[in-house]
Design a protein around this ligand. Structure first.
Ligand code: ZN
Length: 497
């Protein structure tokens, strides 16, 4: 029975974020043990809708021995402290050496990890794994749709298999694809070779959403290409635009069966199709006042306001106050803001106690780019441990931990104050503190796109609102210095270079 090493080492690094991501951040994780090894990985992730969950299930289905090394995926945040990266990587590589001999390696990576010294951390991880297993042992990695894919990543893996969905509801399927292709490579039924076509486009997250055109059209083209003779996988990465690095941007990776030229021409074809559609990829945000006015006029909820600029799922602080302030000023009835991460305000609300009136200083404490700290007088409706498990279609079954959570009511507006920065993409984030999304007129969410999977079917309208922040869906609002060359839409270039 083939022996396959399995590991997950993921982070989405927003290089615009304040502060460094430390080893403690990897340890803390989000809702379950942050940094796991061996049997803990199996206990926590087997059967869950994640890539590693699929790797572990595939062991039984396809008949291989899975050797779980390590798994970690903290909340997205700023540059990773070099020592923290080195320490986690050393743990992974030591585990791999101890597991030798192996017949293959399955890695769950993100693709947008940046450290103090490495712009392309995944390229480094794959190169170091390759060094240990040698050129004959196939290595396949899964990637998030927000990967910034580099030539080095493609060079050091037999195949890279990225999500086809945003909201990411296909992690399990892509994990299974990776395991199947790895087994085919081990058993000499396939000879995967990859080609990369980077696309000089920085696409704001809302237009990377695969539920709508143009991204859905590009994914459809990728799926059509995957049905062609000799094409094993087509991965379209929208890219993670909040990383000021040379390899930032959209990319296409095609894996073909022993045919490098087919991989190359197919990748170029799909990259060209993205480029042709660039005008459709332009992000247009709605002023907050306009979105709130729409909800008040229609009276029909829930109207969802996506505060993508302060999305903790892309490394933003999640304590931005601009949306909250607008709702309070409008005294918008039946409105909820999910969430503001502010451990200080949570502690003060808990000290005041349930049912008490208190004045809190809320949000705006991480930096000066997401609105001011607000002095708010309100009522402490509920205090919770903030723990829930996802029931929606994304990472179903995976546990989340908002930390101690307070529902604080200011006039007509209720705001969830939490200790942890968590993207509330699953309705359970609200339901676990007694808020039924269907009963609300307005829900402000610290999420760019992921919320659409679970809240979308309930919504009467969705607005991507224009707020400031380091995860601004309109990437022209950010200042880049390290991009590799002209990049749409920052530089309006005429042809694919
Ligand atoms: Zn993503």
């Amino acid at each position: 029975m083939p022996r396959i090493a399995v590991a997950g080492f993921s982070h989405e690094t927003n290089t615009f974020a304040e502060g460094l991501t430390t080893f403690d951040d990897f340890l803390r994780g989000r809702g379950f043990p942050g940094l796991m090894s061996g049997e803990d990985v199996v206990r926590t992730l087997k059967g869950k809708a994640t890539c590693t969950g699929a790797f572990l299930d595939a062991a039984e289905e396809l008949g291989f021995e899975a050797l779980p090394l390590l798994w970690t995926f903290p909340q997205p945040s700023g540059l990773i402290e070099q020592a923290a990266y080195d320490r986690v990587l050393a743990m992974l590589l030591e585990g791999l050496e101890a597991a030798l001999p192996v017949d293959g390696v399955l890695l769950e990576l993100h693709g947008a990890m940046v450290t103090e010294q490495l712009e392309d951390a995944e390229g480094d991880i794959l190169a170091r794994v390759r060094e240990i297993v040698g050129p004959q042992v196939p290595v396949i990695a899964t990637l998030d749709l927000h990967a910034n894919i580099s030539p080095s990543m493609v060079e050091h893996a037999e195949a890279l298999i990225g999500y086809d969905t945003y909201p990411h509801v296909d992690a399990y399927e892509r994990g299974r694809d990776a395991a199947r292709l790895l087994m085919a490579a081990i058993e000499n039924r396939a000879r995967p070779v990859g080609a990369l076509a980077q696309v000089p486009m920085l696409i704001g997250p809302p237009r990377q959403c695969t539920l709508m055109s143009p991204m859905s059209d590009i994914i459809a083209l990728a799926h059509e290409a995957e049905r062609r003779e000799g094409v094993l996988n087509v991965t379209v990465a929208g890219g993670f635009p909040f990383a000021d690095i040379a390899d930032c941007g959209a990319a296409v990776v095609v894996t073909a069966d022993g045919d490098g030229e087919l991989a190359e021409t197919t990748a170029q074809e799909i990259a060209g199709a993205m480029w042709e559609r660039r005008d459709d990829f332009r992000v247009r945000l709605t002023p907050l006042a306009e979105a709130i006015e729409h909800a008040l006029r229609s009276g029909e909820g829930p109207v969802l306001l996506a505060d993508g600029s302060d999305n903790p799922g892309g490394g933003a602080p999640c304590d931005g106050t601009v949306m909250l302030q607008a709702l309070i000023e409008a005294n918008a009835p039946r409105s909820t803001v999910a969430i503001i991460a502010d451990p200080e305000a949570v502690a003060e609300a808990i000290a005041a106690g349930v049912g008490r009136q208190v004045t809190l200083r809320v949000g705006g404490k991480t930096d000066d780019r997401h609105g001011p700290t607000l002095a708010l007088t309100g009522y402490v409706r509920l205090i919770s441990d903030g723990r829930f498990a996802n029931r929606g279609p994304m990472y179903t079954g995976v546990e989340a931990d908002m930390g101690r959570t307070v529902v604080f009511v200011v006039g007509e507006v209720e705001v969830m104050l939490t200790e942890q920065r968590i993207q509330p993409y699953d309705c359970q984030a609200l339901r676990c503190v007694g808020i039924e999304p269907r009963d609300r007129l307005l829900i402000g969410l610290k999420s760019a796109v992921h919320f659409r999977a679970d809240y979308g079917p309930l919504a009467s309208a969705i607005f991507e609102v224009d707020t400031p922040g380091i995860h601004n869906p309109d990437v022209t609002r950010l200042h880049f210095r390290h991009l590799r060359g002209p990049m749409w839409p920052l530089d309006e270039i005429d042809r694919l270079t």
